[in-house]
Design a protein around this ligand. Sequence first.
Ligand code: SAM
Ligand code: SF4
Length: 346
Amino acid sequence: MENNLHISAPFGSDTLRSSSKIIDQFDRKFDYLRLAVNEKCNLRCIYCMPEKGIELLNEDLYLSQLEIKRIISLFAQMGISKIRFTGGEPLLRKDIPNLIRYAKYKCGINQVYLTTNGILLNKYISQLEAAGISGINISLDSLKPERFEKITRRNKLEQVLSNIKLVQDSKVPSLKINVVFMRGFNDDELLDFVELTKTSNLTIRFIELMPFDAHQIWKTGKFYKSEDIVKDLKNQVKGLLPVTGSNTEHYIFQVDKYLGKVAVIPSYSRNLCANCNRIRVTADGSLKNCLYSKEEKSLRDEIRKGASDQELKDLVCNSFFAKHKDGWDAQRTEGNIRKSMTQIGG
Ligand code: SAM
Ligand code: SF4
């Protein structure tokens, strides 16, 4: 078997993980899988993709449906309780409802989520509901048609808004709106986004820009630090109360008497690393033990070489055992540089 199935842990081989639960040297437990299922997209968000799209690999270098299912089953055996399908745009795959059903009912993964740009939801909402989806995150950075088009390079705001309405009217238990928030870009829409929580039980999530963007916008002074977003929320929104949210929702609020919530996600500031529970697998089958790490392990290659389930589990456990303390340390690693978030899945 290849060397990378037996990576040395920092404290010597006696500390290699033999259990199939995923735990690291700092005793963090990993039970949330973010699985990117393609790199293609029907939008070209300027902070994510170049106008012409990214250079795609040969089709056979992406995980097949069978390989995706094997990976889901493997992680289910390793104690994963939550999975999120992402991409690229996951709804460009027709088999997404099938994969959700497989994760939920065949593998017993309780919480199965999807992150999407929302454009194709009208085609899939009934199938997603029937497949038992736990929640949908829809990315939407502006409520202004011209600005939406400038950001995504496509004129699709109306479609996304009408699909948000479809989710609100469906039985899907949770709806969150991801807003990549930047200064001089969409920060003047802060109150408009907050107002969406008045009559609807959805969460607006203001997300810090991360340095995985084709145009390196984050170097242009538009970066809006999570703590500043929180400060501005507190200054501008009357009746803002702190409440509780999910693991990544470090700052979470509700406006008094409003139905929904407002969260701020410090994805660049990285002050949530001590509580990290995330595992990432890219569409080409690489395991990432940190969003910011360039060290990757190819599950695809090991699967194609005939690795057993136990060998794959060892690969995962050893990779996570050696995970860096935080995203700042991980950023200093050498390896595969992913230029666009569409290759990582967010
Ligand atoms: N296409 C789907 C969508 O847009 O929701 C799923 C994939 S997308 C890569 C997942 C999330 O990453 C989206 O919420 C998107 O806004 C976010 N994202 C993409 N590039 C980003 C960047 N450079 N910084 C912060 N978030 C980013
Ligand atoms: Fe596509 Fe999502 Fe990237 Fe926008 S953020 S270009 S919708 S993958």
